[in-house]
Design a protein around this ligand. Structure first.
Ligand SMILES: CC(C)(COP(=O)(O)OP(=O)(O)OC[C@H]1O[C@@H](n2cnc3c(N)ncnc32)[C@H](O)[C@@H]1OP(=O)(O)O)[C@@H](O)C(=O)NCCC(=O)NCCS
Length: 128
């Protein structure tokens, strides 16, 4: 008995997402509507790229933080923000069921600079 923490981290090169800004199929397969709204409300392309890359990194960091997850359905793991701008993860579909069934909660941190976006996720599993 006890509580368990696991962590995940991911770094991505922002430039890798340049073509994706105009790839409707990819965007709609990977990002939630709320994420796309946040990404595209930025008024310059470099901020859009930072945001899209950071969200991609957050989804991969989530997957790394949860060793018992077998598949990552990217769109079901989304980044939202509180009123201070602090990011947090929200879930839908099968991923939401998995998170609830396993009593998991998460903390997310994001940074982007110098052409890189990095996300870290802490996963907390309440086991008693
Ligand atoms: C929140 C803050 C630390 C972000 O740092 P930054 O170096 O500007 O930017 P980073 O690339 O490292 O981080 C950006 C990410 O921080 C996250 N973030 C924003 N507000 C946050 C908050 N209150 N708490 C935690 N994370 C936050 C966001 O996820 C953001 O990325 P996103 O927009 O893609 O979601 C910074 O804006 C801030 O408020 N600093 C407080 C000190 C300050 O006001 N300094 C300026 C006066 S000198």
């Amino acid at each position: 008995m006890g509580n368990k923490y696991t962590t995940g981290i991911d770094v991505v090169s922002v430039v890798r997402f340049k073509d994706i800004l105009i790839d409707e199929h990819f965007k709609n397969r990977v990002f939630s509507e709320q994420e796309l709204t946040y990404i595209f409300k930025a008024d310059n392309e470099s901020v859009k790229l930072d945001r899209i890359a950071a969200r991609f990194a957050a989804k991969e960091a989530f997957f790394k933080a949860v060793p018992s997850m077998k598949d990552l359905i990217m769109k079901e793991v989304a980044v939202n923000h509180d009123e201070d701008g602090r990011p947090f993860l929200v879930f839908s579909g099968k991923t939401k069921l998995f998170v609830e069934k396993n009593n998991l909660s998460f903390d997310l941190s994001i940074t982007h600079d110098a052409g890189l976006a990095i996300a870290t996720v802490v996963c907390y599993e309440a086991t008693d």
